[in-house]
Design a binder for this molecule. Structure first.
Ligand SMILES: [Zn+2]
Length: 225
């Protein structure tokens, strides 16, 4: 079986997405890229995360051709491929419809850098990109434009979120950080006080790797952009 380890990661983090309430039912999608071959292990379309086994994960090339697997790739494979093409060091992508972050995307409200988790993945406030139809190249363009300010995450208007990282671990961590920040920001706004992190702290956090010294093969930097 091709990309056995990455397929196992897609299954594991897919289940984590459900458990962490980053998505529901079959919504959202995740993928991991193999650094050596460039092949991508991606969630198959319209399948329940909890029922997926590693062999169910679809392996595609950067053009969307199925290399191994019995199911069609996620309908958002074009967005994944566009991100991998632009960022050679990115090897993990999470796209989800988590509630508070999606609410910000609906309200067209960018998320300021209010906590340390988000600052590890963003250089600028998280932007809301104009609406694009799901499954299109335009959605990929929106995601890329949103992250082009030096962020690992972006908000897709009236849709959800996208997060990328040096590994699927990082991408999932970034998606969690975004949802947590959106939730906290929503509450802080009700309280009438929102303070962003001081610039010095933001700059230090942006180059900090949350794996904290774990061996990432020298490729673990979260910045990956
Ligand atoms: Zn979606």
């Amino acid at each position: 079986m091709l990309l056995k380890e990455l397929r196992e990661q897609v299954v594991f983090y897919g289940n984590q997405m459900i458990k962490s309430q980053l998505t529901m039912n079959t919504g959202g999608n995740i993928s991991a890229r193999d650094r050596k071959s460039g092949l991508i292990a991606i969630k198959p379309t319209s399948k329940h995360y909890e029922l997926l086994k590693p062999e169910d994960i679809t392996v595609i090339d950067i053009d969307g051709n199925i290399i191994e697997g019995g199911y069609k790739p996620s309908s958002e494979w074009r967005m994944h491929a566009a991100i991998y093409k632009k960022y050679p060091r990115v090897c993990g992508i999470v796209h989800c419809h988590s509630i508070y972050a999606t609410a910000m995307a609906v309200a067209d409200e960018e998320i300021p850098l209010i906590n340390h988790e988000l600052c590890m993945y963003c250089s600028e406030p998280v932007r809301v990109m104009p609406f694009a139809m799901p499954g299109t190249d335009q959605l990929g363009d929106s995601a890329l434009e949103g992250m082009a300010v030096g962020n690992n995450v972006a908000l897709l208007k009236n849709h959800g979120t996208v997060a990328m990282g040096a590994s699927l671990w990082h991408a999932f961590d970034a998606a969690c950080a975004l949802e947590q920040a959106a939730n906290a920001y929503f509450i802080a706004k009700q309280m009438g006080k929102v303070h962003v992190l001081p610039e010095e702290g933001r700059n230090k956090l942006r180059t900090y790797d949350p794996l904290m010294g774990e061996d990432t093969g020298g490729e673990g930097e979260i910045r990956a952009v």
